[in-house]
Design a protein around this ligand. Structure first.
Ligand code: PLP
Length: 392
């Protein structure tokens, strides 16, 4: 019996447990202090009413002989895949419905997709990064190299033609930095991937926060991307599905490597190892694309975007350098006075009772940076920024 020894190489992440411990200690010492948490990456607004209605209706159908559903298609029901297909058309991206695979969220597919790639691939991830990209590849034993994201490139690294890699992770709008690639920026990555026979894994989990039509919501807005990119998206941040679980993955049929169709590989993988997303959840996701659904989710996204603006405006007023906040729920700021990420965490907690996330928890280049999120309550965000303004 042999274990997968790669698991021994995983670095323990103490980021969120250390934050929780520090907050608990502070609360014990100062029970009178009202703490405001701007560190959370989870949504807080409830599901839109139209989604709740769809869930109830689908649950009723499951209790009636004539409309009961057992196993569904592993790649998702046609009604939802066609709704996603239409959604892409808003930006003139034409997909076939069988290029869309319904998932139980972006995280699962971002990890599972690696099943269809060989172990000898070199993987390029930006630093700082959403830790899932790194850990899933460590588990498989792949070689990982990093693309430096920093203040000189606005936390949007560009390809280096002297570096050879096979699998490239890009997340835009980015978690943790909130930075968003322009079409020109993404075009350089697509050109690199085509030239080097590499694959881009494009994480669009936060695309709904993009407000400018000039900025790409999908990698397929870039010419040639259908030959080199797989896209992952999710209803988690778009429609508050973090606890409901639904997403989708796009694998164009033109994506052929060593003569093999990656679309077919993924279909085979999914039909072998996955039994689909619950019917009830897929009906809930379908409701998101209805006219009323789009209206209702936009209200929630606007609520978070206003919070992001409140935070970003405060940084502007104080002359603090940051990325994000405009087309993203995240604000990634440079810690004032050259403080380290954890020093700044302690400073904010001890002086104004505001909690954020130390940037160093997302990679070496995150040291000296700090992430604030807009997923909280508006009044509390305003109060937190008033306290912040009084401190600096
Ligand atoms: N991708 C990024 C960049 C994320 O930040 C998250 C969640 O925070 C996910 C994917 C996971 O999304 P899901 O809830 O669909 O699994």
């Amino acid at each position: 019996m042999y274990i997968n020894e790669n698991y021994l190489k995983l670095e323990d992440s103490y980021l969120f447990s250390t934050i929780a411990k520090k907050v608990a200690e502070f609360t014990k010492k100062h029970p009178e202090k009202n703490i405001i948490k701007l560190g959370i990456g989870d949504v807080t607004l409830p599901l839109p009413p139209i989604v709740v209605e769809a869930i109830k209706k689908a649950a009723d159908e499951m209790g009636v002989q004539e409309t009961f559903k057992g196993y569904g298609p592993e790649q998702g029901y046609a009604f939802l895949r066609e709704a996603v297909q239409k959604y892409y058309l808003r930006k003139s991206v034409k997909l076939d419905a069988d290029e869309i695979f319904i998932s139980d969220g972006a995280k699962s597919d971002l990890g599972n997709i690696l099943d269809i790639f060989g172990l000898n691939n070199t993987v390029l991830v930006p630093d700082p990064v959403y830790p899932v990209y790194v850990d899933t590849n460590v588990m498989a034993g792949r070689k990982i190299i990093y693309a430096d994201a920093n203040d000189s490139n606005g936390f949007l690294p560009q390809p280096d033609n002297n570096v050879k890699c096979d699998i490239i992770y890009i997340c835009s709008p980015n978690n943790p930095t909130g930075a968003v690639y322009t079409k020109e920026g993404l075009t350089k990555w697509v050109e690199y991937a085509l030239k080097n026979d590499a694959i881009i894994l494009f994480d669009a989990a936060y695309e709904c926060f993009i407000k400018s039509p000039e900025l790409p919501n999908s990698i397929y807005e870039i010419e040639g991307a259908e030959n080199c990119a797989i896209e992952f998206c999710s209803f988690s941040k778009t429609a508050g599905f973090t606890g409901t679980r639904c997403g989708y993955t796009v694998i164009p049929k033109k994506l052929v490597k060593q003569g093999a169709s990656l679309n077919k590989f993924w279909l085979r993988r999914q039909t072998t190892k996955f039994n689909g997303v619950p019917y009830i959840v897929q009906r809930a996701a379908e409701a998101v694309f209805s006219e009323n659904g789009q209206k209702q989710i936009k209200e929630n996204i606007s609520y978070y975007s206003e919070n992001a603006k409140i935070i970003a405006d405060t940084m502007d007023k104080k002359g603090i350098w940051y990325t994000g906040g405009k087309h993203s729920p995240y604000i990634w700021l440079k810690c004032p006075d050259n403080m380290t990420s954890w020093d700044f965490f302690d400073y904010l907690l001890n002086n104004i009772g505001v909690v954020g996330t130390p940037g160093s928890g997302f990679g070496r280049n995150g040291e000296g940076y700090f992430r604030l999120t807009s997923f909280g309550n508006k009044e509390k965000t305003i109060e937190a920024m008033q306290r912040f303004s009084n401190l600096f």
